[in-house]
Ligand binder design. Structure first.
Ligand SMILES: [Zn+2]
Length: 270
């Protein structure tokens, strides 16, 4: 059956396993179909998030990444293959190409660019929610500033070695990233996956938890709780910590958005 007919013939059953879930239901599925999600970074975390969101039926995905694929990406970036590397496809383009074949019922846009202070507001424009698929704290502060400024939720996720951290930032309803991780000069000298390494199962776990937090928000689950999750996949340890807003936070309390202002610099997302 041609791909376009699969979409038509199977529309009723594609999300059957999700619609019977009490936490989602038909109404939740419809809400997902009407949602737009911006995925910033299409590396390890972002490509995994994009796949889960596409398969879950989020109606419109905007995938942003400036990099082209390299062989060392394939260890943990399950959406891509050797042909993508050989052709030096941009990650955003390769991810969108693959996911259009997975789900032709949804809209998927690819944007090959670096996310910075100059374009972040425009990229956030159509999004109901933003996923963190980046690999550096400066870009996360930029996303945090842009999200708090726009009053839109974003899902922070970090992974390094065998460890991960996840938190849904809901402006006006909970702490922002800078409430929990204040910026300091040392912040920029954190170890990276390039030097420390990263386990692909840690990536999958963090991305899955990020997408779960996103789905809770997109289906408007009023009973959902949101905490800071700290994971160690190797030893099977998780901690979920209730966190509060910092009343002196420069970003969400004083609304100073220094990372989203002209001249702010940061490295590119992965
Ligand atoms: Zn804050």
């Amino acid at each position: 059956m041609p791909a376009e007919n699969v979409g038509e013939a199977r529309t009723g059953s594609r999300y059957a396993r999700q619609e019977v879930l009490g936490v989602i239901g038909r109404a939740g599925q419809e809400a997902l179909g009407g949602s737009t999600v911006l995925v910033v970074g299409c590396g390890a975390l972002g490509s995994t998030q994009a796949e889960l969101l596409a398969r879950a039926g989020v109606g419109r995905l905007i995938l942003v990444d400036r990099d082209v694929l390299e062989l060392s990406n394939l260890q943990r970036q399950a959406l891509f293959d050797e042909e993508d590397v050989r052709r030096r496809r941009p990650k955003a383009v390769a991810a969108a190409r693959r996911l259009r074949a997975v789900n032709s019922d949804i809209d998927i846009e690819d944007v090959v660019t670096d996310v910075n202070w100059a374009n972040v507001a425009e990229l956030f424009g159509p999004a109901d929610l933003v996923m963190d698929g980046t690999d550096n704290i400066e870009t996360r502060y930029l996303l945090n500033d842009a999200a708090v400024k726009a009053g839109k939720p974003w899902i922070y996720g970090g992974v390094l070695g065998i460890d991960g951290t996840v938190m849904a930032v809901r402006p006006g309803r909970g702490p922002c990233l800078r409430c929990i991780f204040p910026a300091s000069p040392d912040t920029y000298r954190l170890p990276t996956c390039e030097t420390v390494g990263v386990l692909n199962t840690a990536v999958a776990w963090v991305a899955a938890l990020q997408v779960t937090e996103a789905l809770k928000l997109l289906v408007h689950d009023k009973t959902a709780e949101f905490k800071l999750h700290v994971l160690d996949v190797w030893h099977g340890r998780t901690r979920s910590i209730a966190v509060n807003r910092d009343e002196s936070c420069p970003c969400c309390a004083h609304r100073r958005f220094e990372f989203a202002e002209p001249g702010a610099t940061h490295p590119a997302s992965d």
